[in-house]
Ligand binder design. Sequence first.
Ligand SMILES: Cc1ncc(COP(=O)(O)O)c(C=O)c1O
Length: 416
Amino acid sequence: MVNDRQLLTELAARYGTPLYVYDLSAVRRAAAALREDLPAGSRMFYSVKANPHPLVIETLRAEGYEAEVSSVGEMSIAIASGYAPERLLYSGPGKSSSDLRSALAAGVRTFSVESVTDRDRLGALAEAAGVECDHLVRLNGPAGSVRGSLRMTGGASPFGVDVADAEALRSLLTRRGRTRPVGLHTYFATNVGDEDGLIAEFEQAVRTVSVVCHDTGFAPGVIDLGGGFPAPQAAPGELARHPRLAAAIENAVETHFASRPSDMEVAFESGRYLVAAAGTLVTEVLDLKHSHERWFTVLDAGVNALGGMSGLGRLRAPDARPYRLDSAPLTNEPMPAGPHPVALVGPLCTPLDVLNRSVDIGDVKVGDLLAVPNVGAYGLTASLVGFLSHPMPVEVVHDAGTVESVRRLALQEIHI
Ligand SMILES: Cc1ncc(COP(=O)(O)O)c(C=O)c1O
């Protein structure tokens, strides 16, 4: 189904635009595909940051995915969506005392720690709460061979502990008070675009983790190898499959952890791959303007609705490639030269509000509805939703065409 044209057109007529539409059947398909591409028996975590909609989370829970959360907000939604708190993995480089206190009080018992300070803060708060908890130690391993859209290991990084920092690692892998080390965690990059690249990164992750274990004498109960599984973003395309990945990872684990206990778990995390394909953003063309030889298509969705991190200038514009709801979808083939490539811009009063600097979407008129495919991950909640105070897009969730939920998030003023 994935959000067919008639459904999108009907939903836009009913709820207005900009409108996010998520298809739970696509989430299930991605969940099954990723599981199939990884070693049998692996623990699979959904990284809630990619899309924290409760029905998306609930669907992945039903598919047997655990949840990785990085804030009290994500934790609360995951628990409300049916996750047992003691099964959550709480990660992130900046956990405050207040965050950790709330997480411990809610019953979370496994944390990924990123420094000695992080671990000590957790240990002290666990002691104060009178509870025992477990931690994984996140590593900043060597730089890999491939480029994800954002790399997180190699070089200077706020994430994890440098593998060369033997003193910190020895401390973190020793029990301290009420928190005990149970495993290692690594996350090399997001959106690694080809299977050979992914294989090389996972082989290196396994090698890195095994060297740390060897050097410190630590026997992990779990090695969380992270992810980086790719998905198309705001453009047409299908989810890639990785038929050689499972065997390659199994082989690396066999080689580097030959004498591991039989109950050592291998875990993976994914956000993007699981939810990207499920989401479509429908937006209306508000204006079409010609200026200095360029065409601008002004949409009712800008970086306040999609790709907000690009609005901060930290990432390039999302390169959105929408299709008109009354025309054939664009393919990945180069488009025949249209009457005019257009810049897709949003409604915000800043030249940074750009969804694509130049794209050919064929003949487009004021009032047309455009659909941006593959925006289920890092869509609405990764955007500059507060800038200019437009209402947030409505989010519709359906399951193969049956509407399950319609909501609009809003920023809330709380007087303190
Ligand atoms: C530690 C960690 N796990 C998981 C993810 C999810 O990444 P992706 O959505 O690319 O699968 C991220 C992304 O930033 C991350 O930092």
